[in-house]
Each structure stands twice: as C-alpha cells, then as structure tokens.
Design a binder for this molecule. Structure first.
Ligand code: BV8
Ligand code: ZN
Length: 240
C-alpha cells in the first residue's frame, strides 16, 4: 500500500493566523454595518458598484501586508512530498500560491484578479488602494469587477470538476478552516466518504461536517504541522 491519495479543502480559517479575518467572524463578517454575504452578490454590485468596490479594496488593503503561516507552508510541503495530492481552496487571498503551493484549485476566484463585466478583459492587479473606484475597463469602458465568485454565481466548471474527481478518489480528505456551510464546495469532502475514505477536520470549533469527520480541534497553524509530523513518522516519510 503506497502513500495515501490526499485531497484538501481550505477555508478562511487557514489564513486566520496570517491576520486575515475570516468571512463570518466579527472582524471579517461586518464592514460599515454591511454583512459580507450581502455585498458579495451580483445584485449588490449592480445596485452599488462603488460600495462593493470599497468593500473589496478594504479587503485587498488588509490582505496586501499578510504573509502565509505554518499551515500554508505544510500544505505547500505536502504538495511536493505526496504523489497524489490536490489542494482546493475557497479562499481568494492568494496565500497558498505565496506559500509555494503549485497546484491550487481556486473555487471562489482570486481577489488580486479583476475582470470586465462585459468584454473578456481580465488582468492581475495588485494596486492598493485602487483608484478611482469603480475602475473602468481600458478596452471597452464598462465596469471592472473583482474576479471572484459571488453568491448565486456558478463556480468555475473545470476547477469544480477537477476538485470533485480528486475528492472521489482520495483515501483521505483534509478539511481546514472552513465553516462547511457554503455549497457546492462544502459537498466535496462527502465524495471521499461515499467512496470509503476518511475525513480529518482541522478547525477551532465544530461544524456540520464534524459528525462525519475526525476532528483536530485548535488553530490550524498548530494542529496541521502536528498532524503532518505524525503522518510522516507513520508513513516513514523523511521530513523535507
Ligand atoms: C451557487 C467569494 C448557484 C467572494 C464566496 C440554501 C441552502 C444551501 C445553499 C444555498 C442556499 N441559498 C443559497 C445557496 C447557495 C450558496 C450557499 O451555499 N449559501 C450558503 C451561505 C447557505 N452558494 C452559492 O451561491 C454558490 N453558487 O450555488 O450557484 C447556481 C447554480 C447553478 C446555476 C447558477 C447558480 C457560490 C458560493 C461562493 C460565494 N463566494 N466567496 C468573497 O470572498 O468575497 S463564499 C465565502 O464563504 C468565502 O469565499 C469563504 O471562503 C466561503 C466559506 O466561508 P469559510 O471559508 O468557511 O469562512 P468562514 O468565516 O465561514 O469560516 C471560517 C472557519 O474557520 C470557521 O469554521 C472557524 O471556526 C474556522 N477557524 C477560524 N480560525 C481558525 C479556524 N480554523 C482553524 N484555525 C484557525 N485559526
Ligand atoms: Zn471591457
């Protein structure tokens, strides 16, 4: 029996130790009395593009100075040590790539990418602050928007299919720092279970996934490195 096939799903909790507030906690959840869920929608953008852009520009400014933490580093190391490893993230902060993970499936987009609402203009943009808001497309003059998946929008088809296949064939699903309430991403770990695989959950609190998983409670910047050291010892993997 070779090394187990592993699929990982991360959420905002994996970036908490990097200083980025999670999506639903107090700091990250509310901005100028607006709930994040109410601003991350096409309807909000159609109604108030400047306000939605001020929300995203605020988050870009917060994220710009943040660095990957040990949880990101372990996931990047796993990427190099395991023959069958897939990292799927709901996060839009880009910290997995910054930590050196090469193969990352971004299901909800990337806050550092902006695209035109009309033509196919799409560009990486790391300007903080961004001004003027809302930015206009240099090609057609229409509005530019963050290249992220809003509530009610479909996820990128190719990434979702690849993620589903990875969780279907995985022996082990690691679910790190997600409240496991946003679909279809939250469905993925159940694909592993349906095929007889095991789910390990790394979170500071219980979630709807917990009854179906083995939980490592605590901050993932501590629990993930601890689990990986134990896993390497069990599998006879020399540490990188
Ligand atoms: C779609 C990008 C339809 C933007 C995001 C009713 C029932 C079921 C589903 C629905 C429903 N009503 C609507 C839906 C569908 C909806 C949905 O699931 N809603 C939920 C809220 C009920 N889903 C959608 O709309 C999706 N699209 O379904 O399309 C469709 C179908 C066909 C055709 C057309 C349309 C789109 C979903 C994507 C939305 N975009 N983000 C942005 O970020 O601004 S989702 C948003 O939530 C973030 O991306 C985030 O990644 C995601 C999940 O949140 P988490 O990452 O889990 O973060 P959260 O704060 O919630 O939790 C943090 C966790 O970390 C906690 O558990 C905490 O305990 C833990 N933690 C904290 N610190 C640590 C820690 N863990 C470890 N260590 C620590 N230190
Ligand atoms: Zn355009």
């Amino acid at each position: 029996m070779g090394l187990p096939r592993i699929a990982v799903l991360t959420g905002a909790g994996v970036s908490a130790a990097s200083g980025i507030p999670t999506f639903r906690d107090a700091a990250g959840g509310l901005w100028r009395q607006h709930r994040a869920e109410d601003l991350a929608t096409p309807q909000a953008f159609a109604r108030a593009p400047k306000l939605v852009w001020e929300f995203y520009d605020h988050r870009r400014q917060r994220i710009a100075g943040c660095r990957p933490n040990p949880a990101h580093a372990i996931l990047a190391e796993m990427d190099t040590r395991l023959p069958d490893f897939t990292l799927v993230t709901q996060n839009i902060d880009g910290l997995h790539l910054q930590a050196g993970s090469r193969r990352v499936l971004h299901l909800h987009g990337n806050i550092w990418q902006i695209k035109c609402v009309f033509c196919d203009y799409r560009q990486e943009n790391r300007q903080v602050p961004l001004s003027p808001l809302p930015p206009r497309c240099p090609e057609c003059g229409d509005l530019l928007r963050p290249d992220v998946v809003w509530f009610g929008e479909t996820l990128p088809w190719a990434e979702l299919q690849q993620a589903a296949r990875a969780f279907e064939r995985a022996d082990l699903a690691l679910v790190v720092g997600t409240s496991a309430v946003v679909y279809p991403a939250a469905e993925l770990p159940f694909y592993t279970r349906h095929r007889g695989g095991e789910i390990l959950e790394f979170n500071t609190e219980a979630t709807p996934l917990s009854p179906h998983a083995t939980s490592w409670f605590g901050p993932s910047a501590e629990t993930l490195p601890r689990w990986w050291a134990q896993f390497c010892a069990e599998q006879g993997l020399a540490r990188g």
